[in-house]
Design a protein around this ligand. Sequence first.
Ligand code: OOG
Length: 254
Amino acid sequence: MTGDEDIHSLARRLDDAQRRREETSSLADTAAVDVNTAYAVQEALLARRTGRGERVVGVKLGFTSKAKMAQMGVSEVIVGRLTDAMRVADRGEADLRRFIHPKAEPEVAYRLGRDIGPDEPAPDMESLVDAVAPAIEIIDSRYRDFRFTYTDVIADNASAAGFVLGAWQSVQDVSDRAVRLRVGDREVAGSTTAILGDPARAVHALLTLAGRRRIPLRAGQIVLAGAATEAVPLGPGHVEAEVAGLGTVSWKGV
Ligand code: OOG
């Protein structure tokens, strides 16, 4: 088992790795970390960020694709937290030196229309969200070579590192939409079907998970529902994603 002291020292290790842009090794090398402990480390990591003045602006889901679930040998999605410091402006620039070995994923973002209590019985989408947008997530594992266990990645805030939001659109069914991501001269194509079959399902999975993990969900917060394609390694240059019917979102790595 892991005590409070260990939880804080594991959070410090991940936080230092992110701030110094230095990879770290699996937490399993030094501590026994179960899923509860891993979420406690994530919470302690978030407390370090908010202690420095960052503001929580939403959540992200991970392992929403069958491919990643199979790769990790798990069947449950994971959640990480987004802060204002992670946001990159649409059509803006981000200094890649902020990251260790970043990758981009094209996603669908939802905006929560109201606070959501931990034990609400399956509310409908219209009552939960008030807008939807195309988005690009920047993931950046703090672990060497992106190699981690299931609990490692939960502790590491689900590899959350950055996000870019396109223009908000009215709430609509975004299932079965074509998605493409261009990173420099590489283009990958996918579909919103890769996100648990339908991104709306990811929002419902989030409610269950956030309830269980006592993660507050507030009006105005952003939900990144999960990746529609594989993650593509980032280098300097233009990055653009398009979700059919929702439009495009882009930024430039410098
Ligand atoms: C973990 C984060 C996964 C997703 O879309 O599954 C994720 C990782 O692969 O680094 O964001």
